[in-house]
Write a protein that binds this ligand. Structure first.
Ligand code: ZN
Length: 350
């Protein structure tokens, strides 16, 4: 038997004893070995040395990027092309360590100028799945399993190995609402049933949708002013989300702030500064609280950019996630208006 780098992988103390009795040099018996860039480890909860090293390198690049004198778009592009492939490649049979996911997320938010007052799950949706290290490693895991299945059929087992594909995929996908049915067929409340090994690109699309759906539900459950307002009124709409993602990519700082829920009214800034909120709008001098609804939809001071009618959807009227009935032009006009309100509110604060 040909042994990679002359080392043997021990799975248990008993195996180690057996190998020693068989005359194998104890120095050659390792807890984990590396084969074609992947670490073979005894159990799924063992951290892989190679993946940890890749994560360290990725975090070092992120730290250097934070001080790089380049714009936001260049930083985002470097993050996606240099850091994410390094951190996520090979993390297929076990999740990335939670502390690495947290560090990567925090550093990325800082270098991409993510709005701290915005909703983290909404920002994660809009930044895209390529920016979420935890989900991207699962996405790559599904792709790798589909490739492996084409090469050699993967069997579905009633008692799967904790270090195998079945355990990794079922465990990872269950975080996004998928439940196993039979023979690699999983069920999702919104996406329905699919065979995760056979359906190729279609299944990857469904997995990404389930990730967005799950993040949107997380946003609605947050203890935030906008989440509390919208919880009973809206649900995840993939068409609205698709247009919102396009708008996020093409809009400036204030537009992005509106889409992630970081656009605040003059009244809220009074509360943040622990000042009494006057029942008087300083923008139009009317006896109205200068809350977001008033500024965006009723205040005469912002009438110039305001669309002719207020959208029925609360997600649209508050955060500019456009309803299905909106054309691209109407969606852009709505976001442009709300971004203009946010810009003027911020200018007055500074
Ligand atoms: Zn007003």
């Amino acid at each position: 038997m040909k042994l990679p780098k002359g080392n043997l992988n021990q799975k248990s103390f008993q195996q180690r004893r057996s190998l020693e009795r068989a005359g194998v040099d104890p120095k050659c018996i390792k807890e984990q070995i590396r084969v074609l860039g992947l670490d073979v480890v005894p159990t799924w909860w063992h951290e892989s040395d190679t993946i940890l090293k890749r994560c360290e390198e990725g975090l070092a690049i992120l730290n250097r990027l934070a001080f790089c004198p380049v714009g936001r778009e260049v930083r985002r592009a470097l993050y996606r092309s240099r850091v994410m492939p390094l951190v996520t490649w090979g993390a297929w049979l076990r999740p990335l360590p939670a502390r690495v996911v947290k560090q990567v997320s925090q550093l990325y938010r800082s270098l991409s100028r993510g709005h701290p007052m915005g909703s983290k799950p909404l920002r994660t949706i809009l930044e895209g799945h390529h920016a979420d290290s935890s989900f991207l490693s699962l996405h790559q895991s599904v792709q790798a399993a589909q490739r492996a299945h084409k090469f050699r059929r993967l069997r579905w087992r009633n008692s799967p190995s904790p270090a195998g594909w079945q355990h990794a995929l079922v465990r990872g996908l269950s975080e996004y609402g998928w439940t196993p049915q039979r023979n690699w067929i999983l069920q999702h409340p919104q996406e329905g049933q699919c065979n995760i090994l056979h359906d190729g690109a279609a299944v990857l699309h469904k997995v990404r949708e389930s990730w967005r759906c799950s993040l949107f539900a997380e946003f609605l459950s947050q203890k935030r002013r906008d989440s509390n307002l919208l919880r009973q009124q809206v649900g995840y709409d993939h068409m609205s989300c698709k247009v919102a993602r396009c708008l996020y990519e093409s809009s400036g700082n204030h537009g992005r702030a509106v889409l992630v829920g970081a656009a605040l009214s003059s009244a809220v800034y009074c509360r943040i500064r622990k000042e009494p909120v006057p029942f008087h709008c300083s923008w139009c001098n009317q006896q109205e609280a200068a809350d977001w609804d008033h500024l965006v939809w009723h205040c005469p001071a912002f009438a110039g950019s305001r669309p002719a009618s207020m959208p029925q959807s609360s997600m649209a009227s508050r955060m500019a996630w456009p309803p299905r009935s909106y054309s691209k032009r109407s969606a852009e006009k709505l976001l442009h208006h709300m971004a203009a309100v946010r810009e003027q509110v911020m200018e007055r604060l500074s």
